[in-house]
Write a protein that binds this ligand. Structure first.
Ligand SMILES: Cc1cc2nc3c(=O)[nH]c(=O)nc-3n(C[C@H](O)[C@H](O)[C@H](O)COP(=O)(O)OP(=O)(O)OC[C@H]3O[C@@H](n4cnc5c(N)ncnc54)[C@H](O)[C@@H]3O)c2cc1C
Length: 389
């Protein structure tokens, strides 16, 4: 091919911005369209697993990541009463990172330094000639050789290619929040991921913002329908009631919270396809998953890097085939990760067993899920491309 492909990405979340960086690095023209008027400031801490961290570092973001992350020191498990549950033996070989979501988005935006058209809410996607046309809420249009829907759980692009993702409530809600580390005398020594499990619920905390803040995620049962959003406020006193009688650090952290946000947890089955013509999906738009394995953002990062390998040097007539190859490569893996995340949630919330029984079950479960970490999506995409050429 002689001229560069024009790629339009809908959504400037972790998935959309990572894909933008990966696609540009392989020579494509990329424009990102985002419905928010300016970069979103919502969200708390997330964990970037080794299978995704390796891609960001290979893209030259090593120094930038180290500036904003807290490197993981493994997983510490306890029962709700604080009894240690011996750690899993099958720990990942490469590091993962705990990051404040807003800082990660700022880092990606800074590294991207390309065009993000804020205030552009995509309302329709149509085939035109050899590409696709995006229409926005204000009537503006944009034609591109490839359209990528990175527009999250409630994706419009997904709808526009004929798909629906039916949610089933897991019957739990995630409370999220951040506490200033200095508010807790013991918290300066907190390292890695810390989880307390039992009684139908779990509580996770880990440091972010280079240890200045402690991020909490608390999964509790709920029969109410709740929004999936970073913006729905929760009640700190209700949260405290949910963990009454639990290990003292859990209660201390909740008492130190100024505010909390609630996110209803819904599961969705894998989609039958992701790509139609010159349009495809990535991230939560393609494979929304329950968050118990900390892989949602990680898989969205893998998607973008795989797509970049598969689209590099593609002629326009090859695009539908390359997007099918992308779907074939990614749908199987992300479906398995979705299933592993579902099982992880069930395990964390189960109250059964004493610490040694729980440790044994944890070991079994972690070794069954160990395949997720040592995976190189660029290598897999390269191998796939070579096998079809
Ligand atoms: C409680 C909880 C904890 C989690 N913890 C982790 C974790 O530890 N590790 C991990 O890897 N993942 C975690 N996740 C999952 C992770 O947050 C998501 O998987 C990830 O943010 C998905 O990124 P995305 O870019 O696909 O979608 P999003 O982050 O949702 O981004 C989509 C973007 O598209 C924009 N948009 C939407 N519609 C339109 C439109 N019509 N037009 C234009 N723009 C649009 C939105 O404004 C948004 O900016 C967690 C999720 C939850 C709920």
């Amino acid at each position: 091919m002689t001229d560069r492909l024009n790629i339009a990405i809908v959504g400037a979340g972790i998935g959309g911005l990572s894909a933008a960086l990966a696609l540009r690095a392989r020579g494509m023209n990329v424009t990102v369209f985002e419905e928010a008027q300016s970069p979103r400031k919502a969200g708390a801490g997330i964990s970037i697993p080794p299978n995704a961290a390796i891609l960001l570092k290979r893209a030259g973001l090593c120094e930038a990541i180290e500036k904003i992350t807290t490197r993981s020191h493994g997983l510490t498990l306890r029962t709700s009463r604080g009894e240690p549950v011996p750690g899993p033996s099958a720990t990942p070989t490469a590091p993962s990172y705990q990051i404040h979501r807003v800082e990660l988005l700022e880092m990606l935006l800074g590294a991207w330094a390309g065009t993000v058209r804020f205030g552009h809410r995509c309302v329709a996607v149509n085939d035109v000639g050899s590409g696709a046309r995006l229409t926005f809420a204000d009537g503006a249009v944009c034609d591109a050789d490839v359209v990528i829907g990175a527009d999250g759980i409630h994706s419009i692009v997904r709808r526009e290619i004929g798909l629906t993702a039916s949610p089933t409530s897991e019957g739990i809600v995630a409370y999220r929040g951040l506490v200033q580390t200095q508010k807790l005398s013991w918290a300066a020594d907190l390292r890695g991921l810390n989880m307390w499990m039992g009684d139908g619920r779990s509580f996770i905390c880990f440091p972010v913002s280079q240890g200045r803040l402690i991020n909490i995620v608390a999964f509790v049962p709920s029969s109410l329908d709740m929004e999936e959003t970073w913006f729905a406020p929760g009640d700190v006193r209700t949260l405290a009631g949910e963990y009454s009688g639990w290990d003292a650090p859990v209660q201390d952290i909740i008492a130190a919270l100024d505010q909390t946000f609630r996110w209803g947890i819904y599961d969705r089955p894998p989609l039958p396809y992701w790509s139609r013509g010159c349009v495809t999906l990535l991230g939560d738009a393609a494979h929304p998953m329950v968050p118990h394995f900390g892989q949602g953002a990680g898989q969205s990062i893998e998607d973008g890097f795989a797509l970049a390998v598969l689209l590099e040097h593609a002629g326009r007539e090859e695009i539908p085939g390359r997007l099918q190859a992308y779907q074939n490569l990614r749908l199987g893996r992300t479906s398995r990760v979705q299933a592993a995340s579902r099982l992880a949630g069930r395990f964390y919330r189960s109250a059964a067993g004493n610490p040694s029984e729980q440790a044994e079950r944890m070991r079994e479960w972690m070794s069954a899920a160990a395949w997720i970490f040592p995976y190189d999506t660029e290598e897999a995409a390269g191998a796939l491309l070579r096998s079809v050429n």
